[in-house]
Design a protein around this ligand. Structure first.
Ligand SMILES: [Zn+2]
Length: 292
C-alpha cells in the first residue's frame, strides 16, 4: 500500500507476508462454490489467485503517524514464537526491515493498538531477549481491550489453546512490564484515534478509527478477512469466536460506512489494501481499492 494521508495523519504498512494464502472453501464454513464464482467478476482482481484457487491475503501492520504520536495497529505473527503451521512462515525480518525503512525505530513507537489478541495481531508485541519475552517497543503503551484480555486470561488459566502461548508470550509480558492500557469500548486516545467495537471474530474485537480534518479511515482488523465478505456478509470465518455475532458486527459496520468517504484499512486485504465500501442493494456491498 502506498502511503495514505488522512488530514494531518499519514498511514503506511509494514508487511510480514503476502501472496496467495488460503482456499476459500477451507476458511468459510458457509462457502458455496457457485456463489463464490458468481461474485468473482465483481471483486477486484488482486483478491483471488485463479491459478492456485487461493485467496490472496497479507499479514501487515498499519503504521499511523499523527502530529503527536507514532502508532502501530496490529503486530502480525512476530519472530521466534514457535507457532504451528501455517503461522511458522519464514522471512519475518521483512516486517522489521519495512518498519525501519519508514523511519520508525522500536524506541520511537508511542502506542501499539491490538484490534484483538490473536496470534497474527500480537506477534511483534514482544521479542525474545535472554530467554524472556520482553516488550519490543520499550517506550510504547499497548492498548488492549479490557474485556478481551479478561476472557483470554480466563481461557489461559483453564489451559485452553488458543489463546495458549499467544496470551502467555504476547500479552501477559506487556501487562507485567506495566506497559498495557486495558481499555473499554469508548476509549479515545485523543480526537484523532478512537475505537469502534465489532465483536464476534474475538470476544471484544475493535476497529481503530483515525479522524483528522474531517477525514476518516478505519483499521478494521479481522472484522473481515476478504472482499468476499462484502459480497456475502454472513460468511464468517472458521476461527471466529462467535460466527453469528461476527456477521452481525460486519453487516452493521459495512452499512455504516457504505457510500461514504470513510477509508477502510483491512489488515488481511492484499495490496493496494485501502479502499471504499459501496452498497449493492440492501444485503450486499462492494469493496473498491483506492488506486490513486
Ligand atoms: Zn488475523
Amino acid at each position: 500500500m502506498r502511503q495514505i494521508r488522512v488530514g494531518d495523519v499519514t498511514i503506511d504498512v509494514a508487511i510480514e507476508r503476502d501472496g496467495p494464502w488460503r482456499k476459500p472453501e477451507e476458511f468459510f464454513p458457509m462457502f458455496d462454490r457457485a456463489t463464490f464464482d458468481r461474485h468473482l467478476p465483481s471483486m477486484e482482481p488482486e483478491v483471488y489467485d485463479t491459478a492456485t484457487g487461493k485467496m490472496v491475503m497479507t499479514y501487515q501492520t498499519f503504521v499511523v503517524r499523527t502530529p503527536k504520536h507514532t502508532i502501530l495497529v496490529d503486530t502480525c505473527t512476530g519472530e521466534d514464537k514457535g507457532h504451528p503451521a501455517p503461522f511458522d512462515f519464514p522471512g519475518k525480518e521483512r516486517w522489521r526491515n519495512e518498519l525501519f525503512a519508514l523511519g520508525v525505530s522500536f524506541e520511537s513507537v508511542d502506542y501499539v493498538f491490538c484490534t484483538h489478541l490473536h496470534i497474527d495481531h500480537t506477534g511483534w508485541n514482544t521479542t525474545l531477549r535472554d530467554g524472556r519475552w520482553v516488550p519490543t517497543f520499550p517506550n510504547a503503551k499497548y492498548v488492549f481491550h479490557k474485556g478481551e484480555y479478561a476472557v483470554w486470561e480466563e481461557q489461559h488459566k483453564k489451559g485452553a489453546n488458543p489463546p495458549g502461548t499467544v496470551f502467555r508470550d504476547n500479552c501477559l509480558p506487556i501487562v507485567e512490564a506495566g506497559q498495557a492500557l486495558l481499555v473499554d469500548d469508548d476509549y479515545a486516545l485523543d480526537d484523532t484515534i478512537t475505537l469502534t467495537p465489532t465483536p464476534g471474530h474475538s470476544p471484544c474485537h475493535c476497529c481503530v478509527n483515525i479522524h483528522s480534518k474531517g477525514q476518516r479511515a478505519v483499521v478494521t482488523g479481522d472484522m473481515m478477512h476478504h472482499a468476499i465478505q462484502c459480497r456475502e456478509p454472513d460468511w464468517s470465518v472458521k476461527p471466529d469466536w462467535d460466527p453469528k455475532q461476527s456477521a452481525v458486527s460486519r453487516r452493521r459496520f459495512l452499512s455504516s460506512v457504505a457510500d461514504t468517504d470513510t477509508l477502510m484499512l483491512p489488515i488481511h486485504f492484499a495490496a493496494p489494501t485501502a479502499g471504499l465500501v459501496t452498497s449493492d442493494g440492501a444485503d450486499r456491498f462492494n469493496y473498491r481499492f483506492k488506486r490513486d
